[in-house]
Design a binder for this molecule. Structure first.
Ligand code: GLA
Length: 383
């Protein structure tokens, strides 16, 4: 369903439920990362774009301190009081509650009630949770009279995820959902949080390929990879792997055990590839971007070891199509989606052929779709 369809859906459901139109409609997008994977928590570089799939919330303020959200996707209503925040152990409402917890630490919040729905697939590596966090942040900011500062809101959403939900994620997903720009990917320096919009080359399309697998074990594996990068930085005597270049790492390779060295090799190389890819995008050099994207996949598969058979399969099928500049797994890994940069005029043929070949080879039902680069989280006042 496209954006406007979902906007209408939540507005209509709100009117049916509350007998009046909403005061606001909040929207926050999911994302696909073009390159720069597992670099954000080392203070490195990432190059994601916000996609035209989002979480939408139609809402109005309440006079008291309650928050009440009806999820059309889960078919249930979640409620809590801002004065008594207690984790109810998992589920979609924890992202809203966690956002209230992080925001409420610094800002005075008011209650609200609303209806939410989204079309970011869940658990696929397209950041449905960051989208829900930022949509909730937009809702809280609107009813509480808080100015929107994308960077600050992204940091608070990351704090909600780290401190409330309990996932040690980096800043990429929240930052791109908060600050994405239409038609552009965003080069994010995850240390300074400076961003640079980078246009997608004319005549190209970004295609997301969902393998139909969902990540198991992702939290423990994610934390273990993150720990390895921290160990590498400690051994090398730097604050984070961001502070090491490829030549330095290779000259000091003997100081790291073999597994830690492979993890570090991925991160350090990926930072260089990401900066090179941003420069190539700015020159409109899709072939060079594609080459770097292919290298990123090989590095994630062989050195960082967060790919899996189905991701490798769909990436190889994509790379074999003549219209494909490059393809790689995207997101944390262990399942979910891959991404490809392809010639726009052949995108439909690409989607059909890769989908058919994947189904035949792997026996799972893939979902392959062209994504547009959407703007970051927004709020609309309904008059
Ligand atoms: C997840 C995390 C991000 C980032 C990616 C890997 O999406 O939430 O912070 O670490 O994995 O690049």
């Amino acid at each position: 369903m496209n954006d406007n369809g979902l906007r209408e859906t939540v507005v209509r459901a709100f009117a049916e439920r509350f007998g009046a139109p909403p005061a606001f409609v909040a929207r926050a997008p999911g994302r696909v990362n073009l390159i720069g994977e597992h670099t954000d928590y080392s203070g490195g570089f990432v190059l994601p774009m916000a996609i035209d799939r989002a979480v939408w919330i139609a809402l109005r303020p309440r006079a008291d301190s309650r928050v009440s959200v009806a999820s059309l996707d889960f078919g249930e209503t979640g409620e809590f009081d801002l004065g008594r925040l207690e984790s109810a152990g998992g589920g979609w409402l924890e992202y809203v509650r966690g956002m209230a917890w992080a925001l409420g630490d610094e800002l005075a919040l008011r209650g609200w009630e609303g209806v939410a729905s989204g079309d970011v697939p869940k658990g696929a590596g397209l950041s449905s949770s960051a989208a829900l966090e930022l949509a909730a942040a937009r809702a809280f900011a609107a009813v509480s009279g808080i100015d929107w500062d994308a960077r600050r809101m992204a940091l608070l959403a990351q704090r909600a995820e780290n401190g409330w939900v309990g996932v040690r994620c980096g800043i990429m997903d929240q930052m791109i959902s908060a600050a994405g720009e239409a038609g552009h990917a965003l080069l994010i320096d995850c240390r300074s949080l400076e961003t640079r919009p980078v246009p997608l080359p004319p005549g190209t399309a970004v295609v997301v390929m969902d393998t139909g697998t969902r990540r198991g074990l992702v939290d423990s594996e994610y934390n273990e990879r993150r720990r390895a990068t921290e160990v590498a930085a400690e051994r090398l005597g730097v604050p984070a792997l961001r502070d090491v270049d490829v030549a330095t790492l290779e000259s000091r390779a003997a100081e790291l055990d073999p597994v830690t060295l492979r993890r570090a090799r991925h991160v350090v190389g990926e930072n260089e590839r990401t900066l090179a890819a941003a420069a190539a995008l700015e020159r409109g050099d899709a072939a060079e971007v594609g080459r770097l994207v292919d290298l990123s996949h090989a590095s994630l598969r062989d050195d960082f070891q967060v790919s899996r058979r189905e991701l490798d399969a769909i990436v190889e099928l994509a790379q074999a199509h003549p219209a494909c500049f490059g393809a790689r797994m995207t997101g944390a890994g262990f399942g979910g989606c891959a991404v490809a940069l392809v010639e726009r005029s052949a995108a439909d043929d690409f989607a059909r052929k890769v989908g058919d070949a994947y189904r035949a080879a792997v026996g799972l039902e893939p979902r392959v779709y062209v994504c547009a680069a959407a703007p970051g989280a927004s709020i609309e006042e309904v008059r």
